[in-house]
Design a protein around this ligand. Structure first.
Ligand code: ADP
Length: 150
């Protein structure tokens, strides 16, 4: 059984994140969406809110689990028995940052990182952009996954 962790801040989880998670589901038997938190950087939405809202999106999919974690992603991956980390790449800047993380993780563990390229239609979508829209009174729902998919 191949398990991957899709780690991120997901503050909030966008349609870009969902696209990466859905594509990872075609590659792996189980995808653990891991919400990494750092007590010094609490973020906008609480960890509980983030876990609940992502879990709601995947309520009907037993292949997805949503968990919060602190500390190193590779430690979290080992705990949930995942040998793979999935990350999305939007642009060159993402790649440089992600390669550094992937190299570090490869140096300290046997966990392989898989990069999935952002779909062009979601390439500009980011959590910070959504937070900015909300802060300025705009409705960001077109950039957020629909929870009610029945
Ligand atoms: P982090 O704080 O760990 O970068 P994010 O929640 O911002 O967490 O992103 C989690 C992962 O999703 C990262 O690999 C990021 O590059 C990827 N990602 C973010 N937005 C998109 C998008 N629109 N399309 C594809 N991948 C994305």
């Amino acid at each position: 059984m191949k398990t991957a962790v899709f780690p991120g801040s997901f503050d909030p989880f966008t349609i870009g994140h969902k696209d990466i998670a859905d594509r990872a589901l075609k590659l792996f038997d189980r995808v653990i969406i891991g919400i990494g938190y750092n007590i010094n950087k609490p973020g906008k939405n609480s960890i509980e809110e983030r876990v609940l809202s992502i879990a709601k999106i995947y309520a009907d999919d037993p292949k997805v689990e949503v968990l919060a974690y602190s500390g190193l992603t590779v430690e979290f991956a080992k705990k949930v028995d995942a040998k793979f980390i999935v990350r999305g790449i939007r642009e060159v800047k993402d790649f440089e940052y992600e390669r550094n993380l992937a190299d570090t993780n490869a140096a300290i563990s046997d966990i392989e990182t898989i990069f999935l390229p952002a779909r062009p239609e979601y390439g500009f979508v980011s959590s910070s952009m959504v937070r900015e829209l909300i802060a300025n009174g705009y409705d960001p729902s077109e950039f957020l996954p629909h929870t009610d998919n029945h």
